[in-house]
Design a protein around this ligand. Structure first.
Ligand code: FDA
Length: 299
């Protein structure tokens, strides 16, 4: 990364929100449900499925967590009424995990019941290492009770292999991603190639255990290897899916769909777009540099 690129990334948290907003537009469907519905229609028309995410995390007020839970419950009505091919993804710190696990469980349970009532599906995103145990605990309980819940494991986490081995035998669906939070060396692989190697090891293990894998990556080395792995294991089209984030590498997405794979796009929307967008811009400083140069008149 260029010196200018490193500089832009390091100051991102301090850049005024409207400026980040210019670069963020590509990664976020908009602020309203109507914006999200429009984005999903487009994605479905391209032959991809969607997973809808309301932006928000690290909620510290109970009233805010309750509001988010209500929004999620109503999303299932919207998906059904609009005839969208979409499920839903959620972060537990949005439902009050950092306030109280019991309170978060109650909120989550309402959403799982709504998903169940609509024959839809809810995936619990994985956040930083301080939430992993609680997330897996709540995931297991909800999956056992409702059977329409999935979770996420991160290939950079050293514990992920044992987490897969501890999964129940039936009906499990795991999204496998590299992992986005900054974690210390003791708990996470930090080397790029080590993370890739672990990703492929975990994907093999998920398949060996009969777990439905959602292969979430934009790394074409990994998508290429994953295509070989699913073929070698003789998986049918409906026994796995690829997943990508809204606004990231649409050509790779189209390539996988054209090759006959199912692919789901993660579609975030909502007013709390700032932390999510900063993470995406850190992953791709080229976009941030672009906007920064335009902003300070270098382009
Ligand atoms: P990598 O970062 O190496 O990117 C590969 C290539 O993709 C890059 O070279 C670049 O070309 C392109 N690219 C990647 N990010 C880009 C961006 N923002 N803009 C433009 N181009 C970009 N993490 C987590 O900790 N918990 C979670 O629950 C989830 N959930 C999740 C869902 C889905 C559907 C996806 C795809 C990803 C996540 N993630 C996540 C994020 C994940 O952990 C990871 O940070 C990103 O996917 C980036 O990693 P890649 O595997 O794409 O590789």
């Amino acid at each position: 990364m260029s010196l200018f690129g490193r500089m832009v990334v390091s100051v991102l948290p301090y850049v005024p929100k409207p400026v980040v907003g210019i670069a963020a537009r590509r990664y976020v469907a908009g602020e309203t449900v109507a914006d999200a519905v429009r984005a999903i229609r487009q994605i479905n028309a391209e032959g991809a499925m969607a997973t809808l995410d309301v932006l928000g995390e690290e909620v510290t007020q109970r009233s805010r967590a309750l509001q988010f839970a209500e929004t999620y419950v109503s999303l299932f009505d919207t998906i059904q009424a609009e005839g969208l091919d979409s499920n839903v993804s959620i972060k537990l710190t949005m439902l009050g995990l950092k306030i109280d696990e019991g309170f978060c469980r109650e909120n989550l349970e309402r959403i799982c019941a709504a998903a169940h009532g609509h024959s839809n599906f809810l995936r619990i995103d994985m956040e930083d290492r301080t939430t992993t145990d609680a997330t897996l605990r709540l995931y297991r309980d909800m999956q056992e009770k409702y059977g329409n819940v999935g979770c996420v494991l991160q290939a950079y986490m050293r514990r992920s292999l044992s987490d897969i081995n501890a999964m129940p035998d039936h009906g499990v669906s795991i999204r496998l991603c590299k992992g986005i939070y900054v974690e210390p060396e003791e708990v996470a692989f930090r080397d790029y190639e080590e993370v890739r190697a672990n990703y492929l090891l975990l994907l093999e293990r998920l398949i060996e255990r009969g777990i439905y894998p959602a292969i979430a990556t934009h790394d074409d080395y990994l998508t290429g290897e994953a295509e070989k792995i699913v073929k070698r294991h003789g998986l049918q089209r409906e026994q796995y899916e690829f997943q990508m984030l809204y606004g990231v590498r649409p050509p790779l997405r189209r390539q996988l769909i054209a090759a006959g794979h199912r692919l789901r796009v993660y579609v975030p929307f909502g007013e709390d777009w700032h932390p999510y967008s900063v993470r995406r811009l850190r992953e791709n400083p080229a976009v941030a540099v672009h906007v920064a140069k335009a902003f300070i008149g270098l382009k």
